[in-house]
Design a protein. Structure first.
Length: 94
C-alpha cells in the first residue's frame, strides 16, 4: 500500500483507513468494555498498542463513537459527534 497511490497521488496507506473489531468486549455479558479494535492506515500514528481507559475511570467514558469521530475527521468529514459520543481520540491517534 506504500507503493500504490490514489487518484490524488498519495500513498494508499495514507488515504485508506482499515477498521477491524467487534461490538462486544464480552459477548456472554453483552459488555461493551474492553472492545478490541484495530485501526490501520489513514495517516494516523501506528506501530503501538493503545489501551484506552483500561480501568474504566475516564470521565466522560471513552466510547467507540469517539474513535469514529476521529476517523470521520481524518477522512475529511467534519463532525462533532457520532451517536452519543461527543468527543474524539485525536490526541491518541493523530
Amino acid at each position: 500500500m506504500k507503493a500504490k497511490t490514489d487518484a490524488d497521488g498519495r500513498p494508499l496507506l495514507d488515504s485508506t483507513i482499515v477498521l477491524w473489531g467487534t461490538g462486544m468486549g464480552d459477548a456472554s455479558r453483552h459488555s461493551n468494555r474492553n472492545v478490541p479494535t484495530l485501526v490501520a492506515g489513514g495517516g494516523l500514528r501506528h506501530g503501538r498498542h493503545v489501551a484506552i481507559d483500561p480501568e474504566g475511570k475516564s470521565t466522560p467514558p471513552r466510547l467507540l463513537g469517539d474513535l469514529y469521530v476521529t476517523l470521520l475527521r481524518q477522512m475529511g468529514i467534519e463532525v462533532d459527534r457520532f451517536s452519543n459520543a461527543t468527543h474524539d481520540m485525536d490526541e491518541v491517534l493523530s
